[in-house]
Design a protein around this ligand. Structure first.
Ligand code: GUN
Ligand code: ZN
Length: 433
């Protein structure tokens, strides 16, 4: 058993934040040998009993001035776009054609993919992200490379080979039948191995034929606990293109719905330009939105409508969407979400509460991924993925956080001023024995 004493942040079932200034987190291997949270709460309430049952191998680590918090969950990121960050374009489609597709073609080289995968996972962890749902490229070896890397670190990570069999240049375009064969082979090779999960990954409706989308939907029905990930309703030019390509569909989202691609564990990035029927469909099918505010601001795509999403009881969580997104840091993403959350409210109105922003990137994201009580939280039974935050990481952050009068002020100071410098440690639940 490992007992940590520090400030402790976690989330209740209803999404509200729980915080102990003098907290205790006890971690011990579960029945499968994986490190899990055994107890979490106040030091005063829990320590006597836990220390009484401590064995000779129990370690107690006192971390004064530090905050233990759930590892962040990034609901949508592209590992092959690590080097595409900061590529300027007038909008999504030129950005894809001018920078992203040419760059992704390099991942045909398995060795290159492996090198980027290694850097990418390092960068996730340096930023406190312990679980991600990420795109690979259309090359099966790109998914193999990231799975192997994540497996070595014992991370809970979900990825999949991209499906894109049309309107894509040579070098990234795949072939309909082979792409589905490759997808199924990857599912069988990786899904459920250690902490890895597979996501069936049609890039977006414009770059897949009807046959490829239908094939993806058939696989999603056959392998009901694999994930599905794609993009929807991000950009107005993209939406006009989908309307031309699928004239019989009521909406962009309906293209996916009609092909078996909306269900639990399906995650669509952006979901900006949805209408009321789309939002109701998201809710009814328990399909989740990956809100990607730095990307939406960078590519001038628009603003996720939090008020409408909440009114429709949509599942959602936060995502970096690197490389359309501009940062791996959950702090940057939460701050961008704060700016976006203010859109459409009257000028006097506040935006989203800091604890709600934080929840969207931890327990809320885990719930949206269909992993509640597994990652993204530190309640008993959760896998013990957590970050150690140093609120004294910079002079300004130390000065500002020292003046916080309550939890919301403390979290907001970290969100507004924070970045990778706050993350002193990212701890991944290990499997022992
Ligand atoms: N739509 C299709 N592909 C992409 C991508 O790589 N990034 C973003 N942001 N949108 C997409
Ligand atoms: Zn994306």
């Amino acid at each position: 058993m490992h007992i940590y004493r520090s400030a402790l942040l976690r989330f209740a079932e209803d999404g509200s934040a729980l915080y102990e200034e003098d907290g205790l987190l006890a971690v011990a291997p579960g029945a499968d040998g994986r490190e899990r949270v055994l107890a979490a709460g106040s030091w005063q309430a829990l320590s006597a009993q836990l220390l009484a049952q401590a064995g000779a191998d129990t370690v107690v680590e006192h971390l004064p001035g530090r905050i233990i918090a759930p590892g962040f969950v990034d609901m949508h990121i592209h590992y092959p776009q690590t080097d595409v960050i900061g590529s300027p374009a007038s909008g999504l489609l030129p950005w894809l054609n001018d920078y992203t597709f040419p760059h992704e073609s390099r991942f045909v080289d398995a060795q290159y993919a492996g090198e980027v995968a290694h850097f990418f996972v390092d960068e996730l962890l340096r930023n406190g992200v312990t679980t991600a749902l990420t795109f690979a490229t259309s090359h099966p070896a790109s998914a193999d490379a990231l799975f192997a890397e994540a497996q070595q670190r014992q991370m809970r990570l979900i990825t999949g080979k991209v499906l894109q069999d049309r309107h894509s240049p040579d070098g990234v375009r795949d072939e309909t039948e082979q792409s589905l064969i490759d997808t199924e082979a990857l599912i069988r090779r990786w899904h459920g191995v250690d902490r890895l999960g597979y996501a069936i990954t049609p890039r977006f409706a414009p770059t897949s034929t009807d046959a490829q989308l239908r094939g993806a939907g058939e696989l999603a029905a056959r392998y009901s606990d694999v994930w599905i990930q794609s993009h929807v309703a991000e950009n107005l030019d993209e939406i006009a293109w989908v309307r031309e390509l699928f004239p019989d569909s009521r909406s962009y989202l309906q293209v996916y719905a009609d092909r078996g691609l909306m269900r639990e564990r399906a995650v669509y990035a952006h979901c900006i330009h949805l209408d009321a029927r789309d939002r109701a469909l998201m809710h009814e099918t328990r399909t989740a939105a990956a809100v990607s505010p730095t990307s939406n601001l960078f590519l001038a795509s628009g603003f996720f409508d939090y008020a409408q999403a909440d009114a429709a009881q949509m599942l959602y969580g936060l995502a970096s969407d690197v490389g359309g997104g501009t940062s791996f840091s959950p702090f940057r993403t939460m701050l961008a979400a704060y700016f976006v959350g203010r859109e459409g409210r009257d000028k006097q109105g506040l935006s989203l509460a800091p604890s709600h922003l934080w929840w969207q990137h931890t327990a809320g994201a885990a719930q949206a991924l269909g992993l509640p009580g597994v990652v993204g939280n530190l309640q008993p039974g959760c896998e013990a993925d957590f970050v150690l935050i140093n609120p004294q990481a910079t002079p300004l952050i130390a000065r500002k956080t020292a003046q916080a009068r309550n939890l919301e002020e403390l979290l907001f100071s970290l969100i507004v001023l924070g970045d990778d410098r706050l993350i002193e440690r990212s701890q991944i639940a290990q499997k022992l024995g």
